[in-house]
Design a protein around this ligand. Sequence first.
Ligand SMILES: NC(=O)c1ccc[n+]([C@@H]2O[C@H](COP(=O)([O-])OP(=O)(O)OC[C@H]3O[C@@H](n4cnc5c(N)ncnc54)[C@H](OP(=O)(O)O)[C@@H]3O)[C@@H](O)[C@H]2O)c1
Length: 359
Amino acid sequence: MKTYHVGVVGATGMVGQRFISLLENHPWFELTVVAASPRSAGKTYEQAVGNRWAMSTPIPEAVKKMVVLDASKVEEVAAKVDFIFCAVDMKKEEIRALEEAYAKAECPVVSNNSAHRFTTDVPMIIPEINDTHTDIIPAQRARLGTKRGFIAVKSNCSLQSYVPALHPLREEFGVEKALVCTYQAISGAGKTFESWPEMLDNVIPYIGGEEEKSEKEPQKIWGTIENGEIVPVSTPAITAQCLRVPCSDGHMAAVFVSFRKKPTIEQIKEKWASFAGAAQELQLPSAPKQFLHYFEEPDRPQTKLDRMLENGMAVSIGRLREDTQYDYKFVCLSHNTLRGAAGGGVLLAELLAAKGYLD
Ligand SMILES: NC(=O)c1ccc[n+]([C@@H]2O[C@H](COP(=O)([O-])OP(=O)(O)OC[C@H]3O[C@@H](n4cnc5c(N)ncnc54)[C@H](OP(=O)(O)O)[C@@H]3O)[C@@H](O)[C@H]2O)c1
């Protein structure tokens, strides 16, 4: 595999920092550009991040002295890299325009932002689930008038545990409806306990826009490509409540689910244990060996104990049992800034590279 030169746009933020950490020693991707807002541009990365660095490992030496570029200087950034990761805190319309400008500058964009998730020819990919949605890229390139440039997005972090858990059950048993309550860590808001002390000893029952994303994005992920558009499925119907809880990292979900054809508990566990997707088949460098792990212990998974399973790229599931109103209920967990954000972004870029879309 050749080496690809990579830029991180939004490099100073919470997700951007994760990208910086994950790209250190990556076998295929070499970090060449860090870019952020005009507030950071011209400073060294170390100066620009200041005391916001929130990773458990130090800033990589090679990155400390890199000079941060202004992300709005699209041509300048695009000329230096083969593709960018984008994770910025800006208005939706501004992000849409910025990402499209990079694509039109023939620089593919792997995005963690929500701005383009419902653009019908932009694939929203979890590599284990819907890798074939890369087939939409030629249609998107035709619309944008580009040869290389396109946008591919990651889905929201809230659903990265329960969509993978429901996915292997869909084909044989038909998932009819699901109710999910998510318990989401503060890093999902780009925060730490230092920057958000109000979250200590507290639960906030509102995360703006999150419930809509949690209910609607799965339908697009399971959708089909028809006439140059991704058409969402209508089932399963999903209803969600999303709460912010005092954890640093890791989003937990409590799930209730009903099927068209009710499986046994053993059948569900067998589907989870045997599930593998394109990320495992292509042996992508960031792919977990086993995507879905079931814990038999009644008090697992736990956020603090299990979020780093397989480098934070696996999904942990537990407490599968019958329910009185739905067929079954269970809990599941994924790391929100690894699998749910930067790690999922890197895995998506690996999929795109393996399929030749970054050449
Ligand atoms: N945190 C998560 O778990 C998570 C998960 C999935 C998706 N996301 C999404 O990822 C994106 C970033 O989230 P975050 O948590 O990393 O946010 P964050 O910590 O607030 O970081 C925001 C980043 O955006 C940059 N930025 C702000 N205004 C800009 C501008 N006008 N031009 C260029 N760059 C600008 C900031 O640069 P400066 O330092 O120069 O201000 C910083 O690098 C958001 O769209 C979020 O919804 C986050």
